[in-house]
Design a protein around this ligand. Structure first.
Ligand code: GDP
Length: 300
């Protein structure tokens, strides 16, 4: 959690400083409000949430009249927090069902950080005392299975892999079978994120899911989304949302962007909570997403 705060603070606090600076001006005319709006939009907050924030701030600032810096900060914090939605259930579903392992399916476009997030998540779970099996169902990208296996060795999780170019569903099935056989707690299946065509993706991911469900239930479908790709990434995310039932978002590379507003827009657009934040390339650079810590990192 300390990491979430410190890593985010560095990348996100420019937004907060800009907003606080504008809101502290003596005269808040239309031009200033336009600038507030622009800052929020630039930070990928999204049009509708931005309008909601600005509207509420305008009303509340008017009621206040003169403002102390503390009052301005509290108002902004309140409005950002409403939009980040602290009430969403962000529990990761990784509890085994009796003797049967829980299954997490990791999906998303290539390059977003799927394999890295899979490895980092395995590390967190192993650290919690869980036995984890990894499934390298990204058989499309040549180095993906090697990369995942390296993560597995690093964090203490066995990796099940198939032949390069093999059937992803068959690797997923083998990984889940291995997890059950070895009485693992969690099986995490890393998939290929080829966005060739929607039907192609649907066929591939649909098959992976169906095949896993012959053996176990898929408890969590984590969509990995690169925070630096902004609205473009959102569109890709929507396609995944149409193909599989996403239960949570892992937002990666939040350490490298000031556009943390994507948290707000992606949750709103997909109707799914951000559960994990990727904060770097290292093994410990994954944190549970905490709305209050996130908003505090923005406003500093
Ligand atoms: P995949 O193709 O979706 O499996 O993506 P990878 O896991 O191979 O990650 C692509 C690149 O993004 C790699 O260089 C990772 O080290 C990097 N990466 C992944 N997550 C993060 C993150 O949270 N922060 C930063 N800065 N880099 C990340």
């Amino acid at each position: 959690m300390v990491r979430l705060r410190s890593r985010l603070a560095r990348s996100q606090s420019a937004l907060g400083r800009g907003l606080l600076d504008l809101l502290s001006r003596d005269r808040l005319d239309d031009e200033v409000w336009d600038e507030v709006e622009e800052l929020l939009i630039k930070a990928d907050v999204g049009v509708a949430p931005t309008q909601a924030i600005v509207e509420e701030l305008r009303t509340k600032v008017k009621v206040l009249g003169s403002r102390t810096p503390e009052e301005v900060r509290a108002l902004l914090r309140e409005q950002l927090l409403i939009q980040v939605n602290p009430d969403l259930d962000r529990t990761l579903h990784v509890q085994p069902h009796g003797e049967r392992a829980a299954v997490v399916l990791v999906v998303g476009v290539n390059g977003t950080g799927k394999t890295t997030t899979t490895g980092k998540l395995a590390r967190v779970l192993v650290g919690d005392g869980k036995k984890v099996v990894l499934g390298a169902a990204d058989t499309f990208r040549a180095a993906a299975a090697d990369q995942l296996q390296t993560w597995g060795e690093r964090v203490g999780a066995e990796t099940v892999r198939g032949p390069e170019g093999g059937d992803p569903a068959s690797v997923a099935f083998d990984a889940v079978s291995k997890g059950i056989e070895d009485k693992a707690d969690v099986v995490i299946v890393d998939t290929a994120g080829r966005l060739h065509t929607k039907t192609g993706l649907m066929d591939e991911l649909g098959k992976v899911k169906r095949v896993i469900e012959k053996k176990a239930t898929v408890d969590e479908v984590l969509l990995v989304l690169d925070a630096t790709t902004g609205q473009n990434g959102m569109r890709q995310a929507q396609v995944f949302g149409e193909v599989v039932n996403i239960t949570g978002i892992a937002l990666t590379k939040l350490d490298g962007t000031a556009k943390g507003g994507i948290v707000i827009s992606v949750q709103r657009e997909l109707g799914v909570p951000v559960k994990l934040a990727g904060l770097g390339e290292g093994a410990d650079d994954l944190a549970p997403f905490d709305p209050e810590v996130f908003v505090d990192a923005i406003i500093g």
